[in-house]
Design a protein around this ligand. Structure first.
Ligand code: NAD
Ligand code: UGA
Length: 465
């Protein structure tokens, strides 16, 4: 099957960049990304391509190249479904906030709505691709919805989970470790797998395109995120022990990472992992395990989240205890609010929880982040619903200038590892702070010795004295 037209439902952090790369690498395919969110689509279509809604290094150039040629952004979902040979479902699958599985299971309402819309609009056969991260066996439910329309249209369902990380989405998509495609084992299923494989083969070598059955593919995505998050929680657990024993977590990470069986990546101790997926996907995995009565499996993975929550709280606690057990009325400057560098995404960012904790202790938090807007920070805090919107608004000040954020502060907390923080004029920052001037480096970003020479009292995650 030769794919000429693709529709992607969901113009978010996955749908937008993924489709931009497919369009750039496959000029012979028309790619239309649709979304219900009109403001988001308008931003993708902004004449000034630097205003696209997602900040990712290199993305605006790729969008500029393909947009209007074979890449389109639209709110007309029905039309794009109707025209497409292949439909990617790339909508959000957040943790349920109501009913059975509240706080753990994935909320599949957006997925089901997409399936129903595809079923009602389609007049020709289609391949439907699960791009969103889904519980294992979701394809079964999608199949049920699509195959019972009674209008004679045939659907093939594929699972093609996305492994990009934010901040490096473009390089991850251009040069992925692997592309995973799960499909049915029968002839039609394999034909659909081949059609998707042929698209990726335009820029990815075939030996990196892995094909499996549907359930392995769905489960591999949750497993990959669980293993990655587990590494962060494992090194963060060690960071606490390092602080007590005089070991240095960076040195420990280096020592273990040189063992080729362990490997050096994803061993950076931090204030805790954030982002829209690790927590959500592990909670989902825990829920699935529980639903099969696999309680030991569920408890094992839940511990990764428990450790992460502990790490965020521990970081905030250290600030309070070091500042003589009170931060009431004190100004704490935050460098960074995004959940990692090179993204404007703040979902589940550790900064939100640390701020919440310090606001409870009546601190005043002044934030600088190079990519996150004030409105987003306020809405992140309001979402927690710990205090009124008015209290949140007066509790944090957002600065456009890092030197202003740090001026007259009692302490600085580094929450995101933005490279630019390293090259600030730290002498100037020190001169304008209250003394003693503290830095709590939640990212092991700054040179501790240099900071101490300047005069700061410096503490970094996982560095014992
Ligand atoms: P997102 O919230 O940024 O984007 C999802 C978009 O889907 C939203 O703009 C929303 O308006 C739209 N949408 C929801 N229902 C719709 C409908 N019925 N019709 C049209 N549009 C609809 O989410 P995201 O970060 O892009 O994540 C999408 C999926 O990809 C999730 O399952 C996530 O777990 C997975 N994933 C995310 C990442 C990542 O780095 N963010 C990486 C890999 C996988
Ligand atoms: C993660 C995975 O890396 C992607 O493969 C996956 O596709 C994606 O989730 C998803 O499914 O959404 P992402 O959350 O964008 O990507 O970013 P990561 O680089 O994985 O970082 C996640 C969090 O862990 C960040 O807060 C980061 O600062 C933290 N982290 C990461 C550490 O604290 N230490 C590390 O060594 C690595």
């Amino acid at each position: 099957m030769n794919i000429k037209s693709i529709c992607c439902i969901g113009a978010g952090y996955v749908g937008g960049p993924t489709m931009a790369i497919i369009a750039a690498k496959c000029p012979h395919i028309k790619v239309t990304v649709v979304d219900l969110n009109e403001a988001r689509i308008a931003a993708w279509n902004d004449a000034d391509v630097t205003k696209i809604p997602i900040y990712e290094p290199g993305l605006s150039d790729i969008v500029a190249e393909a947009r209007g040629r074979n890449l389109f952004f639209s709110t007309n979902v029905d039309q794009a479904i109707d025209e497409a040979d292949m439909i990617f479902i790339s909508v959000n699958t957040p943790t349920k906030t109501y009913g059975i599985g509240k706080g753990m299971a994935a909320d599949l309402k957006y997925i089901e709505l997409c399936a129903r819309q595809i079923a009602s609009v389609s007049k020709t056969d289609k391949i439907v691709v699960e791009k969103s991260t889904l519980p294992v066996r979701t394809a079964e439910a999608i199949k049920n919805i699509l195959q019972n329309t009674g209008n004679g249209v045939k659907f093939q369902i594929l699972s093609n989970p996305e492994f990009l990380a934010e901040g490096t989405a473009v390089t991850d998509l251009l040069n992925p470790d692997r592309v995973l495609i799960g499909g049915d084992g029968d002839a039609e299923g394999q034909e659909a797998v081949n059609a998707l494989e042929a698209i990726y083969a335009n820029w990815i070598s075939r030996d990196r395109i892995l094909t499996t059955n549907l359930w392995s593919s769905e489960l591999s995505k949750l497993t990959a995120n669980a293993f990655l998050a587990q590494r962060v929680s494992s090194i963060n657990a060690m960071s606490e022990l390092c602080e007590k024993t005089g070991a240095d977590v960076n040195e420990v990470a280096r020592a273990i990472g040189m063992d080729s069986r362990i490997g050096p990546k994803f061993l950076k101790a931090s204030v805790g992992f954030g982002g829209s997926c690790f927590q959500k996907d592990i909670l989902n995995l825990v829920y699935i395990a529980k639903s099969y009565a696999l309680n030991e499996v569920a408890d094992y993975w839940e511990q990764v989240i428990i450790m992460n929550d502990h790490q965020k709280r521990r970081f905030a606690n250290t600030i309070v205890s070091t500042l003589y057990n009170t931060v009431s009325g004190k100004k704490i400057a935050f460098l960074g609010w995004a959940f990692k560098k090179d993204t404007n995404d703040t979902r589940e960012s550790a900064a939100i929880y640390v701020a919440d904790y310090l606001l409870n202790e009546q601190a005043h938090v002044a934030v600088f982040d190079p990519q996150v807007q004030e409105l987003q920070m306020q809405s992140d805090l309001n979402y927690l619903a710990t205090r009124s919107e008015k209290e949140n608004a007066s509790g944090i000040t957002v600065q456009q200038d890092p030197y202003e954020a740090c001026k007259d502060a009692h302490a600085i907390a580094v929450l995101t590892e933005w490279d630019e923080f390293k090259s600030y004029d730290w002498h100037r920052i020190y001169a304008n702070m209250k003394k003693p001037a503290f830095i709590f480096d939640g990212r092991n970003l700054l040179d501790g010795k240099k900071m101490e020479q300047i005069g700061f009292v410096f503490q970094a995650i996982g560095k014992g004295k």
